[in-house]
Write a protein that binds this ligand. Sequence first.
Ligand code: MSP
Length: 512
Amino acid sequence: MSQRYLTTPIYYASGEPHLGHAYTTVLTDFLARYYRQNGSNVLFLTGTDEHGQKMQDAATENSIKPIELADQMVEKFKIAWNDLNISYDRFIRTTETDHIAVVTTILEDLWEKNQIYKDIYSGWYCKHEERYWTDSDVGPDKVCPDCKRTVGYVEEENYFFRMSNYQEQLIQHIENNPQWIVPETRKNEILGFLAHPLKDLSISRPKSRLRWGITLPFDNDHVCYVWIDALINYVTGSGSFELDKEKDRLSFTAAQKSWWPADLHIIGKDIITTHAVYWPTILMAAGLELPKQILSHGWWIMGDTKMSKSIGNVVDPLALRDHFGTDGIRWYLLRDMPTGDDATYNFKRFSTRYEELANVFGNLASRVTSMIVRYRNGVVPKIGGSGLDTEIQSTLEAVTRDMGNFRIHNALDAAMDLARTANGYIDIQEPWMQAKKTELQNELDDTLATLFRTLTVLNAIFFPIIPEKMTDLAMALGLDGVPTIKEAMSIIPGGHKVSKVGPLFPKIGLDA
Ligand code: MSP
C-alpha cells in the first residue's frame, strides 16, 4: 500500500483560528481524504507553533504564562478542526517533550558537524513575523516588508547556521525536480531569491531577550529561533525516529515504519521562503531527506489586504458554520479559490456557492432518491443503468487529472458538472412520463438505475469535500458506507434499498 505523509503549517498559538487557517487545513484534509479513498495509507499532521517572542509577548499582555496561553489556543484549534471535520492523525505541539528532543538532537548534530557558529548579529527584527530583515528590506520607514509594522534594531550575539554553503545544492535540487515547488510562480520566486548570494541564518536568541524557547544544547544562555524549532515539527510528527534511552536523545535510525520524508507540505505563500530555503538546507546539513513536494496556496483577501488577525479583518469559520454548515464552508473554501491564487472573501459569493451545492447536487440527490421510492418502492431496479457511463468516465478522468495538478477547484467543478448532466438527463428522460406508460417500464428501470449509478459515483467523488453529507447520502442509497471511486464503479444496480434523502443543503436566508 502506498503511503503519503501530508502536513499543514503549525499555527501560531498566540491567536485564535480564522478562515485563512481553516483554508489550509481544509485543503489538506480534502487531499488526505482523497488519497485515503484511492488506497493510500495517509499520515496527516497539523498542530501549533508555541514558542518565540510573539507567544511570550502575547502571554505577558494577558498576564498568563506562555504555556497557559498555548493550552487555551490549542483547545480552540482542536474545536475548530473538529467542527470542520478535519481528519488529522496527529496534532503536534512544539512544547511536547519528544519534539524538544528532536530539535535538540538536530541542533547538536549540526553543531558537531560545524554547521553552526557564533557571531554578532546587527540588523532589523520584526517581532510579529519573527523575522530578521536587512536595511534594504525595511527601507527608509523601517517597516517590516511582510506585515508593515515598525521593526526594531537589534545587536546581539547569535548562533548562525551555514545556510550559504547549501545554495548551489538547493538550486540544483529545484532545477532537477521541477515539481518540487508548486505552483510554478512560487518556484520562480524562490529561484529569483536564490539568484542572490544566500546569507547564513541566525538560529538563536539570547535568553536575556527571550526565554520562551528550546535551549540550545551547546549554550545554555540561548534559545533556538522559533522558525527552526517550528520547521522541525515535520520530522517529529513523522514519528520515524526512536529515542535512544541511553543518551536520552533521539537516534536517527528510522523506526521500522518510516514516514519521513514528508510527501507534501501544504503552506500559504507567506511562508514559502522558510519552507523552500531554510528547511531544505537544514535537512541537507542534517543528512535527512528533503520533503518530496511543497504546495503553496494563495491568500484569502478582505477588502484589499490579506485576512489576518493582526489587521483585525478575520472571519470566524465557526460563525459561518452556524449558517452554512461544515460542508458548506468546506465547499466554498476550495471551490471559490483557484488553488495557488488569491481569492477575495465575499459573503454573497459564499451564498452563491452554497446554492450551487443545494440546487444542483442536493436537488439531484433528492430527485433521484424520491423517484426510486415513488416508482419502485425504494428498490433499485436490476438492470444495466449505463445511460451516463461516458459522462461518468470523462468526469473521473478530469478529476484525476486536476487532482494530480492540484487544480482542486477544477476537479470540484468537473464533479458538479456531472451532477448538472444527471439533472439534465432526468429532464430528457422524463421518468414521470415513463412511469405512466406500461410499455416504458423497462426504460424507466434503466433511467432509475442510471441515476442510482451516477449518484453512487458522485457520492464517492464528493466525499472528500463534503464528508458529512456524503455519509448521509450513502445511507439513503442503501450502501454500506461511502464507497471509494473504484467500489462505486463496480456497484451493479439491483436490489439496493433506497430511502428518500431530506434536503442535504437546506435553504437559508441571504441576509446574514
Ligand atoms: N507558525 C508559522 C508556521 C510554521 S510552519 C513550520 C505561521 N503560522 S500562522 O498562524 O501565521 O499560519 C500560517 C498559515 O495560515 C499560512 O501559511 C497559511 O497557510 C494560513 N493563512 C493565514 N492567513 C491566511 C489567509 N488570509 N489566507 C490563506 N491562508 C492563510 O506562519
